[in-house]
Design a protein around this ligand. Sequence first.
Ligand code: MEV
Length: 414
Amino acid sequence: MYTKFYKKDIAARKAVLAQDHRYDESLDTPLPESVYDNMIENAITAYELPMGVAPGFLINGKDVVMAMVTEEPSVIAAASNAAKIFQRNGGITSHVESRFMRGQIAFANPKNPQEMMEFVENNFSELQHIAHTAYPSIVKRGGGLHKIETKYVMNPDKTHFLIVYLIVDTQEAMGANMMNTMLEAVKSYLAETFATEALMGILSNLTTESVVHASVRLNPDTLKHSDLIASRIKQASDLAMVDPYRAATHNKGIMNGIDAVVLASGNDWRAIEAAVHSYASLSGTYQPLTKWSIADNGDILGSITLPMPIGAVGGSMGIHPKAQLARKIMKFENAQDLMMMIASVGLAQNFAAIYALTTDGIQKGHMALHARSLALQAGALAEHLDAIVTELTQTQPMNLEAAHKIVSKYEGRE
Ligand code: MEV
């Protein structure tokens, strides 16, 4: 159904999606002025970015079409290629390790930290009651305050802090609002009980309790350069583990795909960026989010583990038609489903990047996409596009002028 999808025109792509029950014309509308004027202060217009799809993902045996919003030309092509390679090898296996949000209440230089810590540790039910009274609807939905932790940080010659962490099951929501409401209530209660002032209460974006894992196993014979590809991929992974300069770029490539899906789904991509990069630094050295190794039989093993505090309800999701279209395209059933899809796209994006980097280099693919965009700008028609792109990639210098010359030849407009 999705064969040669990229060669179809936009109407034909939409028709394929509709046939697969993944498209709804009524959601394919610009963001109405009445909506964006109420989303932010001082709105003047809506800013547009291309939205595309990456078909071919097979995740836990289920076919997934990724909805992606990005301005970077190679991202969707790379994700779809990697997805197809993964599919040929049995697809991606993914699971959510945990899904809780963490918030913190901080007290600066508390007079009696020991007493406060003991109180918090011994009065979970009471504090849970206060948190739930502040946000009762989450209890009805099966979530709520799950756990409380405390930490006392002593800094010589500096401020000492007592930190109370609330770990909350936010169910389908990302839960920032819910968390902050609970934190405010518990903060006031503790401040009053101990006649002290709290410094702040706020959700943490380092979501060590909202973590997803995805993995693949690839037979090198299904790849080009099959004799050396497994060791090249492993070396690319090892390099990112020992060199933070490479790890940053390695993870940026992963985030190319992740941000595109997060953005399409209407989630807060700054929260995801903050979560991912702080998580990657937890050991004290900035680390890659993926790991590639070689199995005893020579197969390539790839995995990604990362925090993914997204929601499937709330935020702009209820009001943004394109976010609703993204959900229709991806068909995720709940937040956990979306977490697994996002981890899978990250793994695919990383594989595509290091596969290209360690073999042909990244420029070859980028130049082909650039040639395609030049050919289209110069007026190439769909039936000649491939031939024009091939000729253009062999032309020096490859620019719009060269594209115009080749297009005129093919389209008989000389
Ligand atoms: C470019 O946007 C992303 C890459 O640099 C990622 C990588 O180097 O792994 C290609």
